[in-house]
Design a protein around this ligand. Structure first.
Ligand SMILES: [Zn+2]
Length: 505
């Protein structure tokens, strides 16, 4: 047993370490922001050296013998701590174990492997040569299996890797989830393809000057509920959101002059992430809990703004006259119907990141099945191109012409990122489930028709955002909706929306 004064000392040391760690995180975030939003390329070497040094310090602060002892002592006395402290200590202990259960020399070898492997992947993708990448991916998977043994897991080894990104989610739950998606979205897509309805999207690729798109994004963000006074909005090659503090949340978008949807939807998407971070309770400030709770829940906040709100008939109806004013030439003679359908057109495509709202999750389902198979050995790495193409054909009805556009399209696997993809689909499904429950309290369509997001954002602030990481994703969804993740809402939503657009009976 530890005396009370010792417990207080342990807490004090923990709080000091947390404060230092957050300060270092802050510093490396700013370095990253700088690098992504216009810092000169010529400074890249110095910058990456600085980032490396800062993260080295951050590691030492959290991973040391004193911290191990303190966390062990505190874990024994969890019931004497406040709710925030309890979550904080158990989360940090989990993170600590993750970082220390794998022998350092093996972890370093693995890091060297993944950095080589992502370089090889880049060439393999360009040359569309899977065999070049195959031995690296094989080794990455061998490491993941070995690490799973070191770290320990329950049930399926893949549970461990899902849990890294979506705590509490398991293979059993994901199987049920994707089974329903497979059973309902694949036939829905087939009916859409067979409907014979052609939607003209020529208006989307006309010339939309960057300045005007920027003006539109800057009008949209505060309308959704992002506070520009407490954040920063810039441009970058890959849009992203970064919170260095509740009162300093930064986000970016990108502008393509011949692609009208790109900036508008990226801004709405990142706006959703950013609004989440801006509305975390200030009681959590200065702790590791002052951030979104999981990848899936974070993604639900971006998707709900992007898909359920901005791409809805109600909101686009509000936006259309404003756009007509701004882009008179580009939208000339276009009816609202044509505009709405063009914005929501379904078109199976090879590349996940270019996918529409409906087919997006099929890309994720395909990757989930493959990841699971690679981890449990039922799919051999050498067979991947074949497996990939068969699944693409069976779910999306298209086969890539080469592996560069197929199995090699994403960088994630080369970096050992397994268990990450499913959170993208979970995000859309959580979004639909939340949207269903918002409707019980707020007249969503009337709000969207008037461009009034306030009641919607406030509902999300109160039910999702304020908690930061205090509640685990599974806990949060149950708390808000009274049930666990339920894919029914997502499938219902997609069926209703797209049956209407494609006049399906
Ligand atoms: Zn996102």
């Amino acid at each position: 047993m530890v005396e009370n004064s010792n417990l207080n000392d342990a807490l004090k040391r923990f709080n000091e370490a947390q404060e230092k760690s957050i300060a270092l995180q802050y510093a490396s975030s700013i370095l990253f922001w700088d690098a992504s939003t216009g810092a000169p390329k010529s400074g890249a070497d110095a910058r990456s050296k600085a980032i490396g040094t800062v993260s080295g310090f951050a590691y030492q602060i959290l991973v040391n013998d004193q911290m191990k002892k303190d966390l062990d002592d505190l874990m024994e006395h969890l019931d004497e701590l406040s709710e925030t402290q309890r979550v904080l200590i158990s989360n940090t202990k989990k993170e600590f174990d993750k970082l220390t259960k794998i022998p350092m020399d093996e972890f370093q070898k693995y890091n060297a492997l993944t950095s080589k492997s992502s370089m090889v992947w880049e060439d393999a993708k360009e040359q569309s040569d899977f065999e070049m990448f195959e031995p690296y991916l094989t080794q990455v998977i061998e490491y993941l299996l070995k690490f799973a043994e070191y770290r320990g897991y329950e049930g399926h080894p893949y549970n461990l890797y899902i849990d890294d990104f979506e705590e509490g989610m398991t293979v059993d739950q994901l199987n049920v989830f994707f089974d329903e998606l497979r059973a309902r979205i694949v036939p829905l897509l087939r009916r859409i393809s067979e409907s014979g309805k052609r939607i003209d999207t020529a208006f989307l690729t006309k010339l939309y000057p960057k300045e005007k798109q920027e003006k539109l994004s800057k009008m949209l963000l505060p309308m959704l509920g992002f506070d520009l006074e407490r954040g920063w909005f810039k441009e970058s090659v890959h849009p992203f959101t970064m919170a260095v503090d509740i009162d300093d949340v930064r986000l970016t978008t990108r502008y393509h002059e011949n692609d009208f949807k790109s900036a508008l939807l990226s801004t709405a998407h990142e706006g959703g992430h950013a609004i989440y971070e801006q509305n975390i309770s200030k009681d959590l400030r200065g702790t590791f809990l002052a951030t979104g709770t999981s990848n899936g829940i974070h993604e639900s906040q971006s998707r709900i703004f992007e898909n359920n709100f901005v791409l809805s008939e109600a909101f686009l109806g509000y936006l259309f006259p404003i756009l007509n004013n701004e882009f008179e030439e580009q939208l000339d003679e276009l009816t609202f119907r044509d505009f709405y359908e063009g914005m929501n057109k379904v078109e199976p495509s090879l590349i996940r990141i270019e996918a529409d709202e409906l087919t997006y999750s099929l890309h994720i389902m395909l990757r989930y099945e493959i990841e699971l198979g690679l981890i449990d050995g039922s799919i051999k790495v050498a067979d991947l191109p074949k497996v990939w193409n068969e699944k693409m054909e069976s779910y999306l009805g298209i086969t890539p012409e080469n592996d560069g556009k197929g199995v090699l399209q994403d960088v994630h696997w080369s970096e050992g990122l397994f268990g990450y993809f499913p959170t993208y689909a979970l995000g859309s499904a959580y979004a639909a489930q939340l949207a269903h429950y918002i409707r019980k309290e707020v007249d969503v369509d009337s709000c969207l028709k008037e461009g009034n997001f306030k009641p919607l954002t406030e509902w999300l602030n109160k039910n999702v955002h304020q908690y930061g990481s205090l509640k685990k994703p599974t806990e949060l969804i149950e708390l808000i909706t009274g049930e666990r993740l339920n894919s029914k809402y997502y499938c219902d939503y997609l069926e209703e929306k797209y049956s209407k657009i494609y006049n399906l009976k």
